[in-house]
Design a protein. Structure first.
Length: 68
C-alpha cells in the first residue's frame, strides 16, 4: 500500500507540473512582438499596384443601351 500511495503522489505531482507549463505569452511579450509588425504605411499602400492598371483604357464618351 505504501508503494502505491507514493506512486499516486508522484503521478499527481507530475501531472500538476505538466499542466502548469503553458505556451501563452505575457502582455509584454505580445506588445514587443507587435512592434515588429507596425509600420508607418498608409492603408492605400497595399493597393498602389492598381494605380496604373487601367491607363490603356480611354474614358467613355458615349453610352449605348440595347433597346430590345
Amino acid at each position: 500500500m505504501n508503494k502505491r500511495f507514493v506512486m499516486i503522489i508522484i503521478f499527481v505531482f507530475t501531472v500538476v507540473l505538466l499542466c502548469s507549463c503553458s505556451k501563452t505569452k505575457t502582455k509584454e511579450e505580445i506588445l514587443k512582438e507587435a512592434e515588429n509588425y507596425t509600420s508607418t504605411s498608409t492603408e492605400y499602400d497595399s493597393f498602389a499596384y492598381q494605380a496604373d492598371i487601367g491607363k490603356w483604357l480611354a474614358p467613355e464618351t458615349e453610352y449605348n443601351y440595347d433597346k430590345n
